[in-house]
Design a protein around this ligand. Structure first.
Ligand code: GLV
Ligand code: MN
Ligand code: MN
Length: 420
């Protein structure tokens, strides 16, 4: 239901669920994959097309749009108090290589829907309300993950981010210029009153407990590593088994070890090897080099530290046993986040006012909200996704849940921004 009356009591204002759903489906056409997912890697031409589409919608909603030097986009709807810090919402529009329609776009388009709803209801907020689109949240084409919000929160310098290179050697800075999103606004010099991000849960808890809203209290800490194994390329036929320096054997043992390190800390610990590059990658050459990623997560920072020690010790032991060299390099690290209690409560109050079942939840995934929470009061709103599946083309969410989450976002934002 969309309430457009000038006189509607504030509590009865609702987003237009079908308009939001249509925007999600329209954006999902850009980079659509045959299985119904999305492949829209950061700073590719498809990312540009997605950004252009959403920026057009944000301008049509009457916002002033600015782009900063990291390619982050800020679209602000004026408030009565033009000088007040902005209440922001948002997320990202880049995707995983075989990603879904909701991870990222939901938070951005729920924000757009909030602005459209404020316009329809002729509501003037006291503080300005804005939508932010953060660059390279996924961390798949370029490391670090949450690159744009990381520079915004001064976790990284802009120079560091712009110098990162993808697997083909293209730098972040070149790619950003190529798609026309190297903006002139300074990164991070922007007062944020509060930040609320809507997202699908990406896990199974809400669905299993039949809850519509996850009131997000924080997120797991993470450490990402680049792990490089070096042995010696050699012929697969004449080289005796005992004379080999097979880098892929080292990596294979490490994959099992990484899994065991997290399993020993079940259910809180998580560890994944998701990327591997084998060189020279030829059927009849013993691999001389393997590059692999390791992603470790835990809600407790001391446990993350222990996981770090265990995986470094294991890499050294495996390298010794297999006569290889192994270098383990930490490339991303952030501790567990704890969101602002007042923002968390206002998400919960909005869910309750709307009569929506809810529970408090800790995010297993990282989000731009993790970095925003360092510079502004922050919380998130989760909605269920089918079978808890995400980072997968099959990612699916129900229209009524998508609408419910956007209504919670609307009322959390309204409570924070105030109505003039
Ligand atoms: C972000 O998608 C993450 O890795 O949690
Ligand atoms: Mn996301
Ligand atoms: Mn993601």
């Amino acid at each position: 239901m969309n309430t457009t009356s000038r006189d509607a009591p504030l509590a009865s204002v609702r987003v237009d669920g079908s308009r939001l759903w249509q925007s999600l489906m329209d954006l999902a056409q850009i980079g659509a994959t045959p299985k119904g997912g999305v492949r829209r890697l950061a700073l590719t031409d498809l990312d540009r097309q997605g950004r252009d589409l959403v920026v057009g919608w944000l301008r049509d909603a009457g916002t002033a749009v600015e782009i900063d030097g990291a390619g982050n986009i800020f679209a602000v709807r004026r408030g009565r108090d033009a000088k007040a810090a902005v209440v922001y919402t948002g997320s990202h529009v880049d995707s995983q290589p075989s990603g879904g329609k909701f991870d990222g776009p939901y938070g951005v388009l729920a924000g757009l829907e909030v602005l459209r709803t404020l316009n329809d209801a002729h509501l003037e907020t006291t503080k300005p309300v804005g939508v932010a689109i953060w660059t390279n949240e996924e961390g798949t084409r370029f490391i670090p993950t949450m690159g744009g919000s990381g520079v915004f929160a001064k976790v990284h310098t802009l120079d560091y981010l712009l110098a990162q290179r993808d697997i083909d050697g293209v730098s972040f800075g070149e790619a950003l210029r190529t798609i026309g999103y190297a903006g002139s606004a300074p990164v991070g010099e922007r007062p944020v009153d509060a930040y609320f991000e809507a997202h699908i849960e990406q896990g199974p808890i809400l669905e299993a407990e039949d809850k519509v809203i996850g009131v997000v209290t924080g997120a797991l800490g993470q450490r990402w590593y680049d792990c490089a194994w070096t042995g010696q390329d050699a012929h697969a036929g004449p080289t005796p088994m005992e004379a080999r320096h097979d880098a892929l054997r080292g990596a294979a043992r490490m994959v099992e070890t990484v899994n065991a390190i997290a399993l020993a800390r079940a259910p809180d610990g998580r560890a994944t090897v998701g990327f591997m590059q084998v060189k020279p990658n030829s059927r009849n050459v013993i691999p001389g080099q393997v590059a692999m990623s390791i992603d470790c997560r835990h809600p407790d920072d001391a446990a993350l530290e222990a996981m770090d020690r265990e995986l470094r010790d294991a890499a050294a032991r495996i390298a010794r046993e297999l006569k290889l060299e192994c270098e383990v390099r930490l490339v991303v690290a952030f501790p567990a986040s704890h969101f602002n209690p007042e923002c968390v409560s206002s998400v919960q109050r909005a869910a309750e006012m709307l009569g929506l079942s809810n529970r408090r939840i800790v995010s297993g995934a990282a989000h731009d909200a993790v970095y925003l929470s360092r510079v502004a009061p922050t919380s998130m709103i989760f909605v269920p996704c089918k079978d808890g599946i995400s980072h997968n083309e099959l990612e699916e969410a129900r229209p009524e849940h998508v609408e419910a989450g956007a209504n919670v976002l609307l009322h959390a934002v309204l409570a924070r921004a105030g109505v003039a």
